[in-house]
Write a protein that binds this ligand. Structure first.
Ligand SMILES: [Cu+2]
Length: 125
């Protein structure tokens, strides 16, 4: 592998440089969740949609939100969409949800192609 062609100090500098770059650069930032409505673990009246705000613009073709109920799969006819005017916002329109706990799973692909994902849950009163 090409890494073995570097001297030890050079390799060390390379690794440190990469770590510094990751820590300070926003040019290669992944899309992370800032906030959501409903918020994680919130107890709410049945919401019309799940909205998630991200740190970076998303690639609509590869980003999505899905919803699961206690049975493992909620009957959500719509698909999630990235906001056409603000690509840092993604939404999943919801049907009328019954009372209960719901799990949200999101996959966000940033414009740099990097994928992040996460889960949170909320309760419908
Ligand atoms: Cu990235």
């Amino acid at each position: 592998m090409t890494l073995f062609h570097f001297s030890r100090p050079a390799l060390r500098a390379l690794v440190l440089g990469a770590a510094t770059l990751l820590a300070t650069s926003t040019a290669f930032a992944h899309a992370h969740l800032i906030s959501s409505e409903p918020a994680a673990n919130a107890e709410v009246a049945a919401p019309a949609e799940v909205t998630i705000h991200f740190t970076e613009p998303l690639e609509p073709a590869f980003s999505k939100i899905t919803l699961a109920d206690v049975a493992g799969k909620a009957d959500v006819p719509a698909v999630s969409q990235v906001d056409q005017n603000d690509a840092k916002v993604m939404r999943l329109p919801l049907p009328q949800l019954n009372a209960g706990r719901y799990a949200v799973h999101w996959t966000a692909v940033a414009t740099d192609g990097h994928r992040t994902q996460g889960d949170f849950a909320f309760n419908v009163k």
